[in-house]
Design a protein around this ligand. Structure first.
Ligand code: NAP
Length: 515
């Protein structure tokens, strides 16, 4: 019997039979469909310990004893490895994983390879890049006697390389796992299910991955809701570089779940530079079957996104020449900027005034990067008198010219006169949580202090400002508002902002715990 529906396999990489047993049980209890017992991780594997483990998890396990030259830990003689796999087979596991390279080099005959009750997973791993012809390789593997599942895994440096794995899954007619390793490979690991992947792999916890880029069991089940993905699932994502620590997957996937929307949101790392951006965009537009409906865009691609959908109709995008939201409708790509309206709404809410009443207010803005650009352009348009201070003065001058604001030397930020102070630098962001872009004694009680940094949620600047009696506005407020506007643009449903906020807070708490 071939796995149907697809199986979520948790790899167990413990060094003693006892800890392997405990972790495998926990993974099954927590919702893994199968466990892969990575027997090559055991310190001194014996035939008896391996047979006992396989027998205990029999139809819920895959047994793998990967040799070191294939990316595993086993370093003994091949004859001994085959003997240990025979011991595993005696425990009746569902599958035994065997390396295609050994068969291709005639080191093992398929009829003599120990197998599970459902046969073999015949696997090919490449830690450099994709095979020259994945389809041909997959066909060669599928033709091997007793091969129940063909597995191809290769290292991806960039998200666009995932498309070859998905292309293979869409066209193959035999049970296949095709996935990319590394941080850039998440798309194939999660979305493979939409295209009929026989299975995917996950780690039990952060730090116990058996291959680079494996997501955790909890992320697969709770954040990406892997078991709910089907051929109709729509794709959303975040493109930028880096994107691994973003909160966006947590908040959007929670919002989709709340509204019962059949969609998944993934971090999609796209290298810096306009060429990489355009290449990615062309690759997704050429593949309408991906079901891509929308993208969030972050550093360093907001201006690349603006150029690619020029001229956007959205006035905020035009004013800042930056796009943080892409919506796809067939071949049409619509670009908007939700950072600017979110920042303005956050500020007006905190000042307890309307957006019109912001006109004429003096604002001091620290920083001249991406977020500064959107906020300065929006505030200048609202009629505020904006002064920009930046460590690199040329960037402050440039931004000031761009949005008809003033610039002033970074050192003079302690002598400001404005009613609102906005930190748009990354100073105070994790891990430098004890830093602030301005000394506490330069903060007057009449001031409203807005820190766009949201990790940590309560920055040193906000703590100093609250202690001095200032009104404070945390970056999380703007972050949730800009995400809510994206959600509404993509789905035409009201954004469940409380749920999104709770998901962000939970993700930040997990992040703080791990750090
Ligand atoms: P960015 O384009 O890289 O800009 C970084 C800015 O920080 C530049 O102005 C840079 O000055 C300044 N900077 C960095 N290190 C500094 C230091 N040690 N001393 C003084 N200035 C320093 O980044 P960004 O996208 O604008 O993001 C900036 C912050 O905003 C990040 O913390 C990000 O998380 C946050 N953010 C929040 C939201 C939200 O919704 N709340 C949205 C986007 C971004 P130079 O020009 O001199 O390098």
């Amino acid at each position: 019997m071939i796995p149907d529906p697809p199986q979520l396999i948790a790899s167990i990489v413990q060094t003693s039979p006892e800890t392997m047993r405990r972790q495998a049980r926990s993974a099954l209890d927590r919702g893994a469909d199968l466990v892969e017992l990575r027997l090559d991780y055991l310190h001194q594997p014996t035939a008896e310990s391996i047979r006992t483990l396989a027998a205990e998890f029999h139809n819920r396990c895959v047994c793998t004893l990967r040799p070191a030259d294939q990316g595993g830990r086993y370093v003994g003689p091949e004859t001994e490895r085959i003997n240990l796999l025979h011991a595993a087979a005696a425990g009746n596991p569902r599958f035994i994983d065997f390396e295609y390279a050994r068969i291709a080099e005639n080191a093992a005959h398929p009829d003599e390879i120990p197998r599970g009750t459902d046969g073999l997973i015949v696997s090919h791993h490449d830690f450099i890049g994709p095979p020259s012809d994945p389809t041909r390789l997959a066909n060669d593997i599928a033709a091997i006697p007793h091969c129940a599942i063909t597995k191809l895994a290769w290292a991806a440096q960039d998200v666009a390389e995932n498309f070859r794995a998905l292309d293979l899954l869409r066209t193959t007619s035999t049970p296949t796992i095709a996935l990319c390793m590394g941080r850039a490979g998440l798309l194939s690991r999660v979305l493979g299910r939409k295209f009929g992947a026989a299975a995917t792999y996950c780690s039990v916890d952060v730090g116990s991955e058996s291959a680079p880029g494996q997501p955790t069991l909890d992320d697969m089940r709770e954040c990406f809701r892997w078991h709910h993905i089907d051929s109709d699932t729509d794709l959303f994502g975040l493109i930028g570089w880096p994107v691994a620590h973003s909160l966006s997957p947590d908040i959007f996937n929670a919002a989709f779940q709340h509204h019962n929307i059949n969609a998944v949101y993934l971090p999609l790392p796209v290298r810096p530079g306009p060429e990489a951006f355009t290449q990615f965009l062309n690759a997704v537009l050429e593949r309408p079957w991906l079901g891509l409906q929308g993208l969030s865009v972050t550093l360093p691609h907001k201006q690349n996104a603006f150029r690619n959908c020029s001229p956007p109709t959205d006035p905020s995008a035009r004013r800042s020449e930056a796009v943080n939201t892409l919506k796809f409708d067939g071949p049409q790509t619509e670009g908007t900027n939700t950072d600017a309206p979110a920042a303005i709404a956050s500020i007006a809410h905190t000042m307890q005034c309307t957006i019109e009443e912001l006109s004429g207010i003096d604002v001091d803005l620290l920083g001249a990067g991406g977020v500064a650009r959107s906020i300065a352009a929006a505030l200048a348009h609202a009629g505020c008198n904006v002064t920009i201070y930046n460590r690199t003065p040329q960037r402050a001058d440039q931004l000031a010219r761009f949005c008809r604001a003033r610039s002033a030397p970074w050192q003079s930020r302690t002598d400001r006169r404005g009613r609102i102070l906005i930190n748009c630098t990354s100073v105070g962001m994790w891990p430098d949580v004890n830093e602030s872009p301005i000394p506490a004694d330069a903060l007057d009680p009449e001031l409203t202090v807005f820190d766009t940094v949201y990790n940590p949620p309560q920055t040193r600047l906000l703590t100093d400002a609250a202690a001095r009696g200032c009104r404070t506005l945390p970056g999380m407020d703007m972050f949730i508002r800009q995400a809510a506007l994206q959600f509404e643009a993509w789905t035409a449903r009201p954004a469940p902002t409380e749920i999104m906020k709770r998901a962000a807070q939970a993700a930040l708490a997990r992040f703080a715990e791990k750090s």
